[in-house]
Structure formats: structure tokens, C-alpha cells
Design a protein around this ligand. Structure first.
Ligand code: ATP
Ligand code: MG
Length: 454
């Protein structure tokens, strides 16, 4: 009873009745909702169930942004949902979600859930255990009312429900007002909610970067103290969350915010080095900035490329160290790749399938320096030429003058016809090594300064 009272005072579950906001006040029109999501809510409603668009889509539409995807929340159970759609599949063990397919599109449909980890003092530890055992705790699959569903969501702007039938927004936690004020505010007691799921700290960073929101002071306050809790999160989940941040189109701001909050220690401690060292900073910024641009322009950006960039200096340092230990150049290079990736993977479990691409991007860098004979022609046909070249360009945009010169050469070489390409070739490389110190031609004047080369 007393706990219940405390919970109410803390604000958790306090709002059992929502403000129902008409379209004239929020402006979200039915036409802005994905047709497949509309079909899902209409079908559920026709069967007498409640069905709303929820989460990021409502938030983004309210902020006049284009939603990434449309999720639906309903009081129908997963079995009831599946029975209504010909192409539907239940997924997930921790909590069952139903995927409904229309053509190539998928709508995620979830049943309203209650949070059962917040109504006792012992709950905080239970919450931790749940996170630690990530993925297998069926107790999490407790269905609840819509107001309970709203209370277990993280931020007020993420707990808005849009009813396509009458175009109203159901707001349990003043999310619309917070969206207007551009404030990211935790629902309930921030410290308790971060302890339940420390990944919410990363989500706070990601949303504030992506939405350009200010993190409410009370929400932000416990982060510094709780940041070390991220160390207990399975590294695969950290990877997923980090990639969402890095590929959100707002990586530059996100990474800075992450570091400002001290959240990078358990995930990307290398940020300390790369963002402080004057020699490294411009390149890392170029990588983050370029990725943001690509995503905002609707072009692809790969996690492998991003990781190759973030780890580039670590890899080079390791390579140098191994050479100093006496390993031959190329043996040192491949060993440095493995060492760098394995060391980093302990913190951020990026999938092994990315390793091949990361290594190829790195291994291409010294090969770009070979600009005589038949090699440049062969290199153009390399399946990763484009990624490697983009990487080289970024090195040039960083403070690497030698890389800029080589990148410029490759830009011209790629654009040229065969005859011009032949003219662009540097003198054959027989005496390449002895020439290095003599700075024979302006085109090669910077040889040897480029850290990526042998
Ligand atoms: P995005 O546009 O990045 O997908 P989103 O808000 O849709 O943002 P999702 O991760 O897709 O984020 O989650 C959907 C919704 O589920 C969120 O809006 C939030 O209401 C809820 N949610 C997701 N993760 C958590 C969490 N760790 N704790 C509490 N609620 C969460
Ligand atoms: Mg989403």
C-alpha cells in the first residue's frame, strides 16, 4: 500500500487517464500514417480491440520529421493478433511481438504491457537481473492496460498513442507539451528507471542528439553516477544501441554527448584518445560528419566503414608497435588488424561478419600508394575499391596531407579514360624504396608521411 503510494508520488503509473488531444492541436493527419499500419489498426478496431500507432512514429510526426517505422500497440493478445492477419508471425522470447507483413513492409504489433519491475524496493535488483539475462525472461511478458503500457515506456515523448480512427493523440505523461518544449524527460523516477535498464542512458543521449532535445535536469542528474552500470549490459545489446546512435544521422552530436555524459567508458573508451588528440580529431570528425550527411541524404552508411574509421588510429598504433617488435611489415599489419578487432570486440560485440570488410578497407590504404604499372588498374576492380577510396578521401579531409594528395590522384585516375590513365601513372616502381627519401616529384613529395603506408 505504502509502496503504491510512493510509486504514485514518484509519478510512475500516476496518469491513468490520458489527455486526449484533437488533431486541431497536434496536426498529425491519418494520411501521414503508413497504409499498412492503417490497415492493421483498422482491422483490430473492427474486431473490437483498441489499436494505436505508438512510440517513435508519433513523436517524429509531432516534430514534423519522417518516421523510421510505424509500430502499433493494442489490447489484443499475440494469438488474437495473429488470427486476424494472413501474413503475421510472432517473434521474440522476452516479449512477444507480432510482425504483420504487407508487401515488402512490416508493422510491429505489440500487446499493451505492464512493467512488473517497479512496484517493490527489491525491484531495482530484479530489473538489473532481467537486463543481465537479456532475452530470456518470460516474466517480462505481462500484459497490462494502456496506461500501464504508457508508464513502462522510457521518455514522455515516446509514450504517445495516435488513434488513426479519430486522429487523436492520447497523452498520459505530458509528452506533447515536452515535445513542444523540446525536452527529453524520463517517465517516473529517473534513477530507478535507469537502474532498471541502463541502456536507457544511451537512449537518452541518442534521442537528445537526434531530436535536438535538451535532457531534463532531473533526468540527466543520475547518469554520471550510473554510467558504470553499462558494463553489465551484454556487449551485443550495446553494439545494437551504439549503431543506432552512430547511424542516426546525428552521430557527430551523439558521440560528443556520449562523452560529455561519461557513457563511452564501457563502450568506446577509444573516444577519449581520438577526440582529444589533435592529430586524430579531424579524421574522426570527418568520419562522423560524412556518415551523418550520407544518412540524411538517404544514402547507405555501413557499420563496418564506421568501425574501420573509429578504430583506424588504434589499428595503426598496433601495427607500428608490432613492427617495432621486429615483425615484417605485412605480417604486422594483419596481426594488428586481428588484435585491434578482438580487443575492441570485448567491449562492443560487433558481429564477426564485419571483420572482412573492415580489414579490406584498412588493407587497401597502403595499396592506394602504388600508382605505377598495372597495379592501379587492377585495384580499380577490387570489390571494396569504393569503400577504400571513400575512406582515403576522409583521411584526406582529416589532417593527413599525404592521403589528400593520393586521394586526389585516385579521383583523377578513376574519372579518366585509359589513355589519360596511362599518363597519370607514376614512374615504374623498380627503385621505389630508394626514391622515397629524395622527394623526386611533387606528386610523391609526401611519400612516407602517410601513416597508412609501409
Ligand atoms: P526510433 O525512431 O529510433 O526507432 P523509437 O522511439 O521508435 O525511436 P524504439 O527503440 O523503436 O525507439 O522503441 C519503440 C518504443 O518502445 C519507444 O518509443 C519506447 O516507447 C519503447 N521503448 C523502447 N526501448 C525501451 C526501453 N529500453 N525502456 C523503455 N521503453 C522502451
Ligand atoms: Mg522505432
Amino acid at each position: 500500500m505504502i509502496r503504491r503510494l510512493i510509486r504514485k508520488i514518484l509519478g510512475r503509473g500516476a496518469s491513468t487517464t490520458p489527455r486526449i488531444i484533437p488533431v486541431s492541436q497536434h496536426g498529425i493527419r491519418r494520411e501521414q500514417i503508413h497504409p499498412c499500419a492503417l490497415k492493421v489498426t483498422r482491422t483490430l478496431r473492427a474486431e473490437g480491440f483498441a489499436a494505436f500507432i505508438v512510440g517513435g512514429a508519433v513523436r517524429d510526426l509531432l516534430l514534423k520529421k519522417t518516421p523510421k517505422d510505424f509500430d502499433v500497440a493494442t489490447n489484443a493478445t499475440p494469438d488474437q493478433i495473429r488470427a486476424l492477419f494472413r501474413r503475421a508471425r510472432a517473434i521474440g522470447r522476452r516479449f512477444q511481438i507480432v510482425h504483420v507483413y504487407c508487401g515488402a513492409d512490416t508493422i510491429e504489433v505489440t500487446t499493451f504491457r505492464a512493467s512488473q519491475d517497479s512496484n517493490s524496493e527489491a525491484s531495482e535488483d530484479e530489473g538489473l537481473r532481467q537486463t543481465a539475462a537479456d532475452g530470456r525472461i518470460l516474466r517480462d511478458n505481462v500484459f497490462g492496460s494502456q496506461s500501464e503500457d504508457a508508464a513502462r515506456r522510457d521518455f514522455t515523448v515516446n509514450a504517445l498513442y495516435y488513434d488513426p480512427h479519430d486522429e487523436s493523440v492520447w497523452d498520459y505523461h505530458n509528452g506533447v507539451a515536452d515535445a513542444q518544449k523540446r525536452v527529453l524527460r524520463m517517465i517516473g523516477d529517473p534513477k530507478t528507471r535507469f537502474r532498471e535498464d541502463p541502456v536507457r542512458m544511451l537512449r537518452a543521449t541518442r534521442f537528445s542528439a537526434k531530436l535536438d532535445f535538451h535532457i531534463d535536469t532531473a533526468t540527466r542528474a543520475p547518469i554520471a553516477e550510473l554510467a558504470p552500470m553499462l558494463e553489465h549490459i551484454p556487449s551485443a545489446r550495446l553494439y545494437d544501441e551504439m549503431m543506432k546512435l552512430l547511424l542516426s544521422g546525428h552521430a557527430e552530436r551523439g558521440v560528443h554527448q556520449l562523452r560529455a555524459e561519461g557513457l563511452h567508458h564501457g563502450i568506446l573508451p577509444i573516444l577519449d584518445t581520438v577526440l582529444d588528440a589533435p592529430a586524430h580529431k579531424p579524421f574522426i570528425h570527418a568520419v562522423l560528419h560524412d556518415t551523418d550527411l550520407r544518412i540524411r541524404e538517404g544514402r547507405s552508411a555501413s557499420p563496418a566503414f564506421m568501425l574501420a574509421g573509429l578504430l583506424w588510429f588504434v589499428f595503426q598504433k598496433t601495427w607500428e608497435d608490432l613492427k617495432d617488435e621486429g615483425l615484417p611489415d605485412s605480417t604486422a599489419m594483419y596481426e594488428a588488424m586481428d588484435e585491434t578487432l578482438e580487443r575492441q570486440r570485448k567491449q562492443l560485440a560487433f558481429p564477426r561478419r564485419l571483420d572482412g570488410t573492415i580489414k579490406e578497407i584498412w588493407a587497401l590504404q597502403p595499396r592506394f600508394e602504388q600508382r605505377s604499372g598495372a597495379r592501379p588498374f587492377r585495384l580499380l576492380d577490387h570489390p571494396r575499391w569504393r569503400a577504400g577510396y571513400d575512406f582515403l578521401l576522409l583521411r584526406g579531409h582529416g589532417a593527413d596531407g599525404a592521403a589528400a594528395e593520393i586521394a586526389d590522384w585516385w579521383t583523377r585516375f578513376e574519372a579518366a579514360d585509359d589513355a589519360t590513365r596511362n599518363d597519370l601513372l607514376l614512374p615504374t616502381s623498380g627503385e621505389r624504396r630508394p626514391r622515397r627519401r629524395r622527394k623526386r616529384s611533387p606528386a610523391r613529395a609526401t611519400d612516407g608521411e602517410d601513416a597508412g603506408r609501409e
